[in-house]
Each structure stands twice: as C-alpha cells, then as structure tokens.
Design a protein around this ligand. Structure first.
Ligand code: KG4
Ligand code: ZN
Length: 392
C-alpha cells in the first residue's frame, strides 16, 4: 500500500465525502473551490481583478480589498453551485492565511471564519506558498509516489521566487526554504519589463506570447551573480539566492541607449485605442529590435531560474522537481526545465496552466493533509501578510 492510501484509510470514517471549500484572496484574484479528498477538483472559480488594476500597471491594494469584498459571496456561491454541493455537505472550510496583501487576505479570513463558525465546521489555515506546491500534486497523481523521497520545489510568481526542499513525513509535508530572491520576484520582473515596453498587465503572458517572435541571442544579458558566501558561508539559502532587479535595470538602459521611447509610446497608444488588445495586436506594433529584447530578457530569466534550481537539486540530493506559481505557466520555462530534467533523469511536474496562477483548488489540496491530521485553526485566526513557509 502506498503511503498516500494508508493516509486516506487511516482517517476513514472521520468525515463523509471529504469535501473542503477553500477560499483564496491573497492578491488580486478572489477564488473559491470545492475539492474532494484533496485530489478531485469539483469546482474552481477565479474572479480576476486584472481589468481593475491594469490601468495602474500593478495591483493597487485598496482596490484589491474592495473588489474581494464585492466578489467573495458570489464566488463562493458559484463554487458550491458548480460542484453541485451545499454548505451542509462540506467537511471543512480552508482559507489562505498569508503571505499576501494584508487587507486582501483579511477579507478571505474574516469570511471563512464566519462561515466555519455559522456552519459548525472546522477551519483550516493554509500558507499560500504551500498551496502553490500542492497545485502540482493536484495535477499529477503519480507525483504522490514521490512523497517518499525529497522533492525540490520552485515557487515562482509575481510575489515570490523561492526554492523549497519538500519531504513527506508521517502525515504531513515538511518544507525547508533553501533559496529566495534578494530583491524582485521573477514575475515582478516580467510585469515591470512589460510595463516599460508599453505592453499589457500582467506582463508575463504578453512576454511569453511575444518572445518566440524575437531572437533570444540578440541582447546579451548577464544576470546579477549574487555573492552569497561572503556573509553566511553555511547557509544554503544564500547559496541559491536569486536577484532580478539588475536585469530590469539592464532592459531600461537598453531602451534608453537605443531610444526606443517613441516606438513604445506609439505601441501604448495603439493598444489603448483598441476595445480589447492582447499580444497578437501588440505584435504588429513591435519591431525586430523590441522582439529581440523581449526574447533575450525571457531567455535570461528562464536560464537563471533553471540553472539555480537544478544546482540546488543536485547539491541537496532532490529526487524530483516541482515548479509552480504564475511564472510556471511560461512556455519557454516549461520546455527548458523539461529538457534539463530529462538530461539529468529527474522526474519533473508542473500544475495545469489554470492552476499555475492563483486559485483556491490548490488551497483545498494543501488543507487536506492538515484536515486528516486534525490541524484546525482557532476562530481568532488573523491574516499574516508576511507568513513564511518552512524552516530556513
Ligand atoms: O501565482 P500568481 O498568480 O500570483 C502571485 O502569487 O504572485 O502569479 C502572477 C505572476 C505575474 O507576475 C504574471 O506576470 C506571472 O505570474 N505570469 C507569467 C505567465 N503567466 C503569469 N509569467 C511568465 N509567463 C507566463 N505565461
Ligand atoms: Zn500565488
């Protein structure tokens, strides 16, 4: 019997269908999902606030909280309706406790607490980063077999670029943070570069779609090499540090040196004049130099993420690789990571594209082992904007 099936049978009878309603509101998506036994997604509803934040080129925290307040009731209702279940069928309510925007998190936490209290159901607090890691396990049942070994997880999104060593022990997952960014997250670099070049928000999907049209060797970017060992020689966290603010500045310098501003302005105006504009429309307004810049930027970021992730896996003896978070939706990243994993004979897994970016199904999945272990939150739970995952 595999560990996962032992785990399920061990708690048999303690619940009915194993239905968890999860709520996620850490950033700019209001999401709710119903997941059965941590594995079967019955519904996953995501109300995106992209249109609201797009004019500002980034998430405006006050607007995000207000939109969560507006969306949370209909989103939860839609999650239940789509799953074909009612409140009384639920076994627990899970919610993202942190990290994220304090005001945004608070909406989900307050709503989940009241719901759990009113229904008399247990409340489970979930770390958003643990959710991203569990999105991979949702998509790949076979990866459960890897629970016996150690996996290296790269969580790469708009707010995070973290490496975790993940072990499955007893009935729970143990995380060790073995790498992080010292400045910008990788997704933030995608967003800022896209904004600079007059593309839409969030920038990742625009750059992803435009990069194949450019020559990735046209601009030679060198990512900042972080001198880690100088201050904490024994810390693996320092050894696998990332830094993305340098490449953002390098793109800016390239734009200045080659005076790309007039063409950026023309592109920005042309796209703003269209009722709906996407990368396909932007392509007509990008010259070869701009496309080369986009392709070279993406190549440099992907190569840096790849190199450090696989170096960490080798050094720490990881037997598999998990990659999740919004930037894990990137096509070049997926291709390059898969190639490298194949070369090294390491299994690798990603969430589905839909579950790569923020959603609540991943929160329900991460809540499941905690539900089985009876790890419930008290009703005085509060949002924790800077919640960390695992020991360093
Ligand atoms: O995980 P997520 O939805 O939210 C956070 O927890 O941050 O990640 C959003 C980030 C944004 O920076 C967005 O530009 C980036 O993920 N992203 C992408 C792609 N899709 C989303 N970056 C590169 N390529 C993509 N296809
Ligand atoms: Zn996220």
């Amino acid at each position: 019997m595999s560990q996962s099936s032992q785990l399920l049978s061990g708690a048999e009878g303690a619940y009915s269908r194993g239905l968890i309603l999860a709520i996620e509101s850490s950033c700019d998506e209001t999401a709710a999902a119903v997941v059965e036994r941590g594995r079967h997604v019955l519904s996953s509803i995501v109300a995106s606030q992209i249109a609201i934040h797009a004019p500002y080129g980034g998430v405006v925290p006050e607007l995000a909280s207000r939109e969560h307040l507006r969306n949370i009731v209909p989103v939860v209702r839609a999650a239940l309706d789509t799953a074909g279940v009612s409140f009384s069928d639920l076994d627990a309510v899970a919610v993202t406790e942190g990290p994220g925007l304090a005001g945004a998190l608070l909406v989900g936490v307050a709503y989940a607490k009241s719901l759990a209290f009113a229904l008399g159901k247990p409340l489970i607090a979930v770390n958003h980063l643990e959710g991203h890691i569990h999105a991979v396990l949702l998509a790949h049942g076979e990866m459960l077999e890897l629970r016996d070994g150690r996996s290296l997880a790269l969580v790469v999104s708009g707010g995070h670029t973290h490496l975790y060593l993940v072990r499955y022990e007893g009935e729970s997952f143990i995380y060790r943070n073995v790498g992080a960014t010292l400045d910008d997250a990788a997704g933030e670099a995608f967003d800022k570069v896209a904004k600079l070049l007059g593309l839409g928000y969030p920038g990742g999907p625009w750059i992803d779609a435009l990069a194949p049209h450019g020559d990735p060797s046209s601009v030679a970017f060198t990512l900042t090499q972080v001198k880690q060992k100088a201050h904490r020689p024994d810390s693996p966290v320092d050894r696998f540090a990332f830094s993305f603010s340098g490449i953002k500045t390098a793109v800016l310098r390239y734009v200045q040196i080659h005076d790309l501003y007039p063409s950026i302005e023309r592109r920005r105006e042309a796209l703003a004049a269209l009722p709906t504009a996407g990368p396909a429309e932007a392509l007509a307004w990008c010259d070869d130099r701009t496309l080369g810049l986009i392709a070279s930027f993406q190549r440099a970021v992907v190569e840096d993420l790849k190199r450090k992730t696989f170096q960490a896996a080798e050094t720490l003896g990881a037997e598999s690789i998990l990659v999740s978070g919004g930037v894990a939706a990137n096509r070049e990243l997926r291709e390059r990571f898969k190639e490298e994993a194949k070369k090294r004979g390491l299994p690798i897994a990603f969430p589905t594209i839909a579950l790569s970016t923020d959603n609540a199904a991943m929160i329900a999945a991460a809540a499941w082992p905690r539900f089985l272990a009876g790890g419930f939150a008290a009703l005085d739970l509060t949002a924790n904007a800077s919640l960390a995952l695992g020991k360093k």
